[in-house]
Design a protein around this ligand. Structure first.
Ligand code: FAD
Length: 462
């Protein structure tokens, strides 16, 4: 039996731990005091809340089966998706219907969108530049549509869109172009590759996925260290000899035959004392942070949507949702909990505002949209999370490749997951990555960097 150390107890690390524990000794090291990383849940009074809304939706059939077996069909709620988008002071269903668009949007703006799309289609025949997020979206939707929705949304969530790579749009925007969107609006045909009609959710919170994975690994005698922050990774002759971590306040170390790292890739070079050019590349890889404002409301429900998007810049948040829109079990009684997502630059202006300042900004905008009034609020609290969104800037691939090339020389290490491969993806993708990593470790005749190339094709479907 080989001993495998797994760094990080998010879904990527835990799916590897779950599968590898069947034939190996696994030991997981996690800095938080809970399982699941970004897709974890926590208790607040009698409420079970997630770190932002998490739907289970996959285009990978074997992953759906794995999830059903893991959680149990009785505990997996099937939820018809309802979502809206707030534009020009009006709410539109998402995906938008053609009739609704014609009735609600200013006809001049609709005309401008159509003309700008036609202009781009013709221009693309003679000259097609595709380097930035802006190029990619404008080429497919026209510049007017880009300006209306995609530019302000990108600026709020990921930063200056002119500095973002086309690869972000490729991953994050599942609708291929405006003609497909219009066709689906007119014929009202559902397309599982561009929008989820139905999604799944574990009755008792999204952390059920992580908890169930760990239960399975624990049955197989896996060991877990929570509150354990990795401090140093000792590499000798291209081999990881030892990992040092701090469990609560105690210094500890672990030796293993193989290491699966799912912690942020830009932290590894420093922990391993890699050459300076690798450390330099790591410093240039950026993540965005997320501020989650939870508002306890004296009402049974605020809206029937699972979530509502707010792309425009005059609203501080980019999305709101109610935990009750996922499972009523999580928020018993006559109250509801609203989750407000505000994306922010790491250590930037928003991250440095205090709770009251952030709440005040958000409540003004919430009142503006008519979602609620200040009088509905019973209480609120905030959680600030680092490293939630990898930023695909124009140089991210170059910097990422410098680090990956260095790491590929280390014989008993792979780096994996949303953080570990700087891969903008969803939970189903992470489970796929974790399971594929386990298969690779058990049967090392394949090439890990070839396997990871497939991960670049994941698409996020809203
Ligand atoms: C707001 C939001 C909403 C989302 N909604 C959806 C959705 O609806 N559907 C969907 O499928 N996906 C969704 N996702 C994406 C999904 O949450 C992620 O893709 C997935 O959880 C990433 O898992 P991971 O294990 O790769 O990374 P993580 O969950 O980040 O796990 C990495 C782990 O490493 C640990 N770690 C980091 N540094 C150290 C260290 N030095 N020492 C020890 N441990 C360390 C972290 O604490 C963490 O637990 C959403 C993401 C966000 C941010």
């Amino acid at each position: 039996m080989r001993k495998i150390a797994i760094l990080g107890a998010g879904l990527t690390g835990l799916s590897s731990a779950w599968k590898l524990s069947e034939n190996n000794k696994v030991e997981v090291i996690e800095k938080n005091d809970y399982l699941g990383g970004i897709s974890g849940s926590f208790k607040h009074d009698e409420y079970t809340l997630d770190y932002g809304p998490h739907k289970i939706y996959t285009q990978i059939p074997y992953i759906q089966k794995e999830i059903e077996e893991l959680v149990g069909k009785d505990n997996l709620l099937e939820i018809p998706k309802r979502s809206r988008i707030y534009l020009k002071k009006k709410f539109f269903n998402y995906p938008v219907s053609f009739i609704e668009l014609i009735l609600k949007l200013n006809p001049l703006l609709t005309f401008k969108i159509g003309m700008s799309f036609m202009f781009r289609k013709i221009r693309n025949i003679f000259y097609k530049k595709e380097k930035t997020y802006e190029d990619y979206i404008s080429n497919r939707f026209g510049h007017a549509m880009y300006k209306l929705i995609f530019e302000p949304y990108a600026e709020k969530v990921w930063g200056d869109p002119k500095k973002l790579s086309y690869e972000l749009a490729k991953t994050r925007v599942s609708i291929p172009n405006l003609s497909t969107l219009i066709k689906s609006m007119i014929f009202k045909k559902s397309n599982p590759e561009i929008s989820a009609d139905v999604f799944y959710y574990p009755k008792y919170g999204i952390s059920t996925l992580a908890e169930r994975m760990w239960e399975e690994a624990e049955i197989n005698k896996g060991k877990l260290h929570l509150n354990s922050n990795i401090k140093n990774i000792k590499v000798k002759d291209n081999f990881i000899e030892e990992i040092r971590y701090k469990e609560k306040s105690k210094e500890k170390k672990i030796k293993s035959d193989f290491v699966v790292s799912t912690i942020p890739i830009n932290e590894l070079p420093k922990l391993m004392n890699a050459p300076n050019d690798v450390k330099k590349a790591a410093k240039k890889l950026e993540y965005r942070s997320l501020i989650l404002l939870y508002i306890i409301i004296n009402k049974k429900r605020l809206f029937l949507d699972n979530w509502i998007f707010f792309p425009e810049k005059d609203i501080i948040f980019n999305r709101i949702s109610e935990q009750k829109g996922f499972s009523v079990q999580n928020v018993p009684g006559d109250k509801t909990v609203l989750t407000v997502e505000i994306s922010a630059e790491e250590d930037g202006y928003l991250m440095n505002l205090d709770d009251k300042e952030l709440f005040e900004k958000a409540i003004i905008d919430l009142e503006k949209t008519g979602i609620l009034t200040r009088n509905d609020v019973e209480s609120y609290f905030l959680i600030k999370m680092d490293k939630t969104y990898p930023v695909y800037d124009l140089n991210f691939k170059k910097n990422l490749n410098v680090i990956l090339e260095y790491l590929s020389n280390i014989k008993n290490l792979i780096t994996n997951g949303r953080q570990g491969l700087f891969n903008y993806n969803n939970m189903d993708h992470c489970i796929d990555m974790g399971i594929k990593a386990a298969r690779y470790i058990e049967n090392e005749d394949t090439n890990w960097s070839e396997i990871t190339k497939e991960f670049e094709n994941y698409k996020i479907v809203d």
